[in-house]
Design a protein around this ligand. Structure first.
Ligand SMILES: Nc1ncnc2c1ncn2[C@@H]1O[C@H](COP(=O)(O)OP(=O)(O)OP(=O)(O)O)[C@@H](O)[C@H]1O
Length: 242
């Protein structure tokens, strides 16, 4: 598998305290899904922000073999690294379509339109409400809009931060069904931060377990197919903290 992302010795330190992310290394292959699993405060979002250029970090971030550590967030989006943050951060006052247009702000108009049409095909729930203000959507629809907005940017790597957060089980299933479709139909790679292990297992190829800013374990998804193996891995790496 061709390597798309390589993170080496990545550290993130806020202020003068101990590092929140402490010399983390991992790789993501083209078209693969890598999950980061850990308790609150383990450093998952900080890793996503460092990879997308939204927080300062030390160590190396290589994308397609190129060191992008010095590039600003905007240039990383242009290269195909798109972050969908926890809490969605869609613009509630704008319509669904306007939010999607924001996602494609770096694209030429024709390409942006083509990609918005593709996203609306993929998410019929929001296609029906394309002229509605985003705050009027349900939580699941807002999450679809946030992911859709990310997809308009034509990512090669999608950094997805807790897409199931605050969603009822049925909506979680719908969102993950759509992510599974995207997986099948494209070469998109995903780094997924998720507390919901059951849905994570549906999508991911490998998992990294994080504790206190460090990677403490790594497993391939195929080795954790049954519930007992999953529980064993969680107990071994995360203990009661998970
Ligand atoms: N902007 C910030 N300023 C100071 N400290 C921060 C900042 N962002 C995160 N931290 C701290 O860094 C540590 C890791 O936070 P981070 O949000 O990366 O963890 P997380 O694993 O994503 O947690 P959660 O699952 O709760 O979202 C925490 O101790 C947090 O308090």
């Amino acid at each position: 598998m061709t390597e798309l992302l390589r993170v080496a010795d990545l550290s993130v330190t806020y202020g003068s305290g101990a590092p929140s992310v402490n010399r983390i290394s991992f790789t993501v292959g083209e078209g693969s899904v890598v999950a980061l699993l850990g308790a609150n405060g383990a450093g998952k979002s900080s890793i996503m922000k460092a990879v997308s250029g939204l927080t300062p970090s030390s160590g190396a971030v290589l994308f397609n073999g190129q060191d992008i550590g010095a590039l600003p967030a905007r240039a990383r989006v242009a290269k195909g690294i798109v972050y969908v943050p926890e809490g969605r951060e869609i613009v509630g006052e704008l319509t669904v379509r306007e939010n999607l247009i924001l996602g494609g702000y770096q694209k030429a108009a024709a390409e942006r339109k083509r990609r918005i049409d593709m996203v609306l095909d993929l998410f019929p729930e929001i296609a029906e409400k394309v002229d509605r203000q985003a705050w009027r959507l349900s939580g699941g629809e807002q999450q679809m809009l946030a992911i859709g907005r990310g997809l308009v940017a034509d990512p090669k790597l999608l950094l997805l931060d807790e897409p199931s957060l605050g969603l009822a089980p049925l909506l979680v299933r719908r969102v993950f069904d759509r992510l599974a479709t995207i997986r099948e139909e494209s070469e998109l790679a995903i780094v997924l931060v998720e507390q919901n292990l059951a849905v994570t297992m549906r999508l991911c190829d490998e998992l990294h377990f994080l504790r206190g800013g460090r990677i403490v374990g790594h497993r391939r998804a195929e080795d954790l197919k049954d519930e007992a193996a999953r529980q064993q891995a969680i107990d071994a790496y995360l203990g009661a903290a998970a």
